[in-house]
Design a protein around this ligand. Structure first.
Ligand SMILES: Cc1ncc(COP(=O)(O)O)c(C=O)c1O
Length: 474
């Protein structure tokens, strides 16, 4: 090991012997020094580093005392042979698939890739207002933020969400029914822990949101893919395929990724099934705020007379995914069990971002922001749809969608959407293949593309041209 790596600094606040001790611990933990390696004698290290012998001795005594070093008399001092395992830190292999997931979902931190899914318009976020509110929150809640937060969420935010849902989504709920969670996954986890058991079967839309499908399957639930048609999830097919299902996960306002709304007869059929089967419906209302034609449909939850629907919403699309804030609205009868469970879960974290969101909502910035974004997204959606029409002609067919922040472009039958999306992602584009979101087979694939960050028609055209090149090569 290079002795220079050990050189402690006199400017450092920590005493020299402690710095030296820590450097050795680190060197052992990271494998730079291995079990059995001989270390310099106290005298030679002191002279090498220009330190007093007592200083080096103090560090060595600690290292021997804690079992890092073994003193072998005349044979010198060595790194303890018992640390053999530590010396070779296991480096977990990163699975190829998780890399592509991460890349397609997150991209480069702070930047949007062309077509990146799931990201709101980062350039249009009201940063100044946000910074002002965040600063004020920090000052007003300084003392409160130092203590343990309520794992059910910051009360004023729960109130602001309940009020918003009453007005915007037709959901009549008290703030006690609202649980703030760490993203949609946090909401799913809370619902699962309280209401479901390992191995329970649930209906999952096919095609459907791929990340939540993997998350639920990974947490021990069994998912039965149920096809969606023009009216949304096909309830009769669900009953045939998995008559013993204990739950169903649906996106009724804007099916993800196909974009249709679930019809009223289907909604009633689904609610009736859940009531008769004593099953749970998880309603994922991830982007209902953005609708470009007609009025947003009320949530399925607003029709829930028997307390079978758990409603989830997220701040990822309406504000920023970096906040990692979502919420779960539970039937009144389940509030007590949920309340008990949140004590055993990590919860949504610090109150500071939650308090900033609450202030943003209470002071009318949220409603204003949504209004602005609705107009902006309608415009940006147009940039992408026009560019696809101009550059690709009838090679793609844009699936009509009344809302949302993605476009689904269907490809000619026989074209491999997964290979195309993978090749595009390898060239820094953030789109995804419909085939990856589907369990069953389909003749026609498609590309799911985000458009929220196309700030100009030229940016959309440029990205579509790049995609066109990849299509030519795949
Ligand atoms: C269908 C669907 N549901 C939920 C979410 C929200 O997830 P989160 O709150 O974890 O960002 C997303 C985000 O992309 C989504 O596409």
């Amino acid at each position: 090991m290079d002795l220079n790596n050990l050189t402690p600094s006199r400017e450092h606040a920590e005493p020299i012997y402690l710095q030296l001790y820590r450097r050795y611990c680190e060197a052992i933990a990271t494998g730079k020094l291995k079990a059995g390696d001989r270390v310099p004698s106290v005298r030679s290290l002191a002279s090498e580093l220009n330190l007093a012998r007592g200083t080096v001795e103090a560090a060595y005594q600690m290292l021997v005392g804690e079992g890092y070093f073994v003193a072998r008399g005349a044979a010198g001092t060595v790194v303890s042979p018992r640390l053999a395992k530590l010396a070779e830190p296991a480096r977990p292999k990163i699975a190829a698939r998780s890399v592509s997931d991460a890349a397609s979902q997150q991209g480069i931190p702070g930047e949007a890739m062309p077509f990146q899914l799931g990201l709101p318009a980062l350039d249009a976020f009201p940063r100044k207002t946000w910074a002002r509110l965040a600063g004020r929150t920090l000052r007003t809640h300084e003392a409160l933020a130092m203590t343990y937060p309520d794992p059910a969420g910051f009360a004023p935010l729960r109130r602001a969400i309940a009020t918003y849902l009453g007005i915007a989504r037709g959901i009549d709920c008290s703030h006690e029914q609202v649980f703030v969670t760490a993203g949609y996954h946090g909401a799913l986890e809370l619902a699962r822990r309280v209401l479901l058991r390992d191995g329970d079967v649930g209906w999952y839309e096919d095609p459907g949101y791929v990340l939540a499908r993997r998350f639920l399957a990974q947490s021990g639930l069994r998912l039965a893919p149920v096809p969606v048609d023009d009216e949304g999830l096909d309830v009769a097919r669900g009953q045939q395929r998995a008559p013993d299902a204990r739950f169903a996960v649906v996106t009724p306002t804007h099916q993800s990724p196909m974009g249709m709304a679930m019809s009223l007869p289907r909604r009633l059929e689904l609610l009736e099934w859940a009531d008769a089967a004593r099953a749970w419906i998880i309603e994922d209302d991830y982007d209902s705020e953005f609708r470009y034609h007609g009025r947003p449909l009320p949530a399925l939850k607003s029709l829930d007379r028997h307390g079978r629907v758990l409603y989830t919403g997220t701040f990822s699309k309406v504000l920023l995914p970096g906040l990692r804030l979502a919420y779960l609205v539970v039937p009144e009868a389940q509030v007590g069990r949920m309340r008990d469970m949140v004590d055993h879960l990590p919860g949504p974290g610090s109150i500071l971002p939650q308090a900033t969101v609450a202030a943003f909502m209470e002071q009318g910035h949220f409603a204003r922001h949504l209004r602005r974004m609705r107009t902006l997204y309608a415009e940006r959606r147009g940039y992408l749809v026009d560019a696809l029409a101009q550059e690709m002609g009838d090679e793609v067919m844009v699936q009509p969608q009344a809302g949302g922040i993605h476009v689904l472009a269907r490809l000619d039958a026989g074209r491999d959407d997964r290979a195309l999306a993978a090749a595009a992602r390898a060239r820094g584009m953030g789109l995804q293949a419909l085939g990856d979101w589907r369990v069953g087979r389909s003749r026609r694939g498609g590309l799911i593309m985000g458009f929220a960050n196309f700030a100009t028609p030229e940016a959309a055209t440029d990205a579509v041209r790049r995609l066109r090149v990849v299509m030519g090569q795949t």
